[in-house]
Design a protein around this ligand. Structure first.
Ligand SMILES: Nc1ncnc2c1ncn2[C@@H]1O[C@H](COP(=O)(O)OP(=O)(O)O)[C@@H](O)[C@H]1O
Ligand SMILES: [Mg+2]
Length: 236
């Protein structure tokens, strides 16, 4: 399908003898923010890491805008236009916010300069703390910086792993509003256990359980599907 920015086809991943991903198949449509949901240990982070070439793909295929990327190295996948915000917020505490941003730019261009202006508008704290060490930022501000570091590049796809982790509800709301503002600039694939944030940002969803996709659909339908939410997400 031409409008699929990302396709996973029967992806299996073993780490030593552990069969972590057990045939993951899904499509992400270009321009449609997509959420991966599922309990702790369901395999959400492993899916993102497999896409990025950080975890082994033992069998199966991954296509980015129609081109095969399974087997490529993480830096090659990054250069093909996939941004990754890992679960462990990747910011350098001893560098300033400005230095953190500068280090993350892959190729400076009109686009990265325009993105920087956009980041200043979307995340005012990044501008405010521009000359401060990133270590002084709050948890929420560090998370915004981690997202901004990926978003400054003109990626076609942005993978974000549980950005809400450890944040207060009001900060999660702010983060959600920022993600809503960037979701028409790049296709977001968001891993979340916070259903509120997931429903703010996502158009489409996939639920993972035990290394498999067990459900998929439109986020707006899942909001009212209390049975499904209770079964796989432990909420409702
Ligand atoms: N390096 C590893 N070695 C062995 N098992 C792992 C490793 N990484 C993850 N797992 C296991 O794989 C499963 C999926 O983990 P993960 O993708 O982190 O889940 P999620 O992000 O959905 O919480 C879990 O059962 C976890 O214990
Ligand atoms: Mg995880």
């Amino acid at each position: 399908m031409t409008d699929s920015i990302l396709v996973l086809n029967e992806v299996h991943s073993y780490i030593e003898q552990h069969h972590i991903l057990q045939g993951i198949t899904f499509n992400v449509t270009s321009g449609r923010p997509t959420v991966l949901l599922g309990r702790n240990g369901a395999g959400k982070s492993s899916v993102l890491r497999a896409i990025m070439g950080l975890n082994p793909i033992t069998s199966g295929e991954v296509f980015l805008a129609g081109a095969p990327v399974h087997g490529l190295k993480p830096y090659e996948i990054t250069r093909l236009g996939v941004g990754f915000v890992a679960e462990e917020r990747a910011v350098f505490y001893n560098l300033t916010v400005e230095e953190n941003m500068r280090l993350s730019i892959l190729t400076e261009s009109e686009i990265t300069r325009a993105r920087q202006e956009m980041i200043f508008e979307l995340f005012p704290d990044i501008k405010k703390f521009w000359k401060s060490k990133a270590g002084v930022l709050s948890g929420g501000q560090k998370q915004m910086l981690a997202v901004a570091r990926a978003f400054i590049n003109d990626h076609q796809l942005l993978l974000i792993d549980e950005p809400s982790k450890g944040l207060a509800p009001i900060v999660v709301d702010q983060l959600g509003e920022s993600l809503v503002k960037i979701r028409d600039k790049t296709t977001i694939v968001l891993v979340e256990q916070n259903f509120h944030l997931a429903s703010m940002v996502g158009s489409d969803f996939f639920i993972l359980d035990d290394g498999r996709v067990v459900h998929q659909g439109l986020m707006k339908d899942l909001v009212d599907d209390h049975e499904l939410k209770k079964k796989y997400l432990g909420i409702g």
